[in-house]
Design a protein around this ligand. Structure first.
Ligand code: SF4
Length: 224
């Protein structure tokens, strides 16, 4: 890696099974140009905020998760990953060099992204194994496809690495962690779990890479 730069990160869970197949490093970018009614993470929408991390330290964080937790891939969420394409591309490239897969959630449809004709967005798509597209529609919660927020959203398997196998048919997954008295929640929030996190205060900072697991007290970090 020759060029380092910074990115704005809303949240990281260094090893999760609630954001795609297998164990994954999940990273939520800070900032989204869309405004889906019912978005679970309104704090992630503004482009100002979050925590600034360099590419180098974020890649080291991913490598640490691979070596210590045996993650099989990274998942990029938001915020909106395509609005952070330069950072997302670099993370996707680094993940591939580490032998990891890449899953990307976007609030745009694949067609909308293609019509944009933006080379960096196209490059990100080209580095993605699984793309989940489309805005989150609150009125259409998806309880059939694990990891998917609403029924309008589509799963694009862009490489042969994954397919719509049995693990996608399981119920949505919600993870709750308590680390040092702080609580983090991620995964698609089942309706009956909403009350579990809405009363909890979100901690603003992103945990440092040296910390074994996120200590962020989240409100259900899913913007799917
Ligand atoms: S659900 Fe996702 S795409 Fe929609 S406003 Fe929230 S962060 Fe943006």
């Amino acid at each position: 890696m020759t060029v380092d730069f910074t990115m704005q990160i809303a949240q990281v869970v260094s090893c999760t099974e609630a954001e795609g197949p297998g164990k994954r490093f999940a990273l939520w970018f800070q900032g989204c140009p869309l405004r889906c009614p019912g978005c679970c993470n309104p704090e992630f929408l503004a482009f100002k905020g979050g925590t600034t991390k360099t590419l180098r330290e974020t890649v080291e964080w991913i490598q640490k998760a691979r070596d210590e937790s045996g993650i099989e891939g990274i998942t990029l969420l938001g915020g909106e990953p395509t609005a952070h394409a330069t950072a997302a591309i670099s993370l996707a490239k680094a993940a591939r060099e580490l032998g990891l897969s890449v899953m990307t959630f976007t609030g745009f449809t694949l067609e909308e992204l293609q019509e944009k004709g933006e080379p960096d967005v196209a490059e990100l798509i080209g580095l993605t194994d699984i793309l989940v597209d489309g805005p989150y529609v609150r009125e259409q919660p998806d309880t059939e496809r694990r990891w998917i927020g609403s029924r309008n959203q589509r799963i694009h398997f862009l490489t042969p690495r994954y397919s719509l196998d049995e693990q996608w048919r399981q119920r949505n997954t919600l993870e709750i962690r308590v680390v040092g008295g702080e609580v983090s929640v991620n995964g698609f929030p089942a309706a009956n779990a909403v009350g579990l996190w809405k009363g909890w205060k979100r901690k603003k900072s992103v945990p440092l890479p040296v910390v074994a697991e996120t200590k962020s007290a989240a409100q259900g970090a899913d913007t799917k």
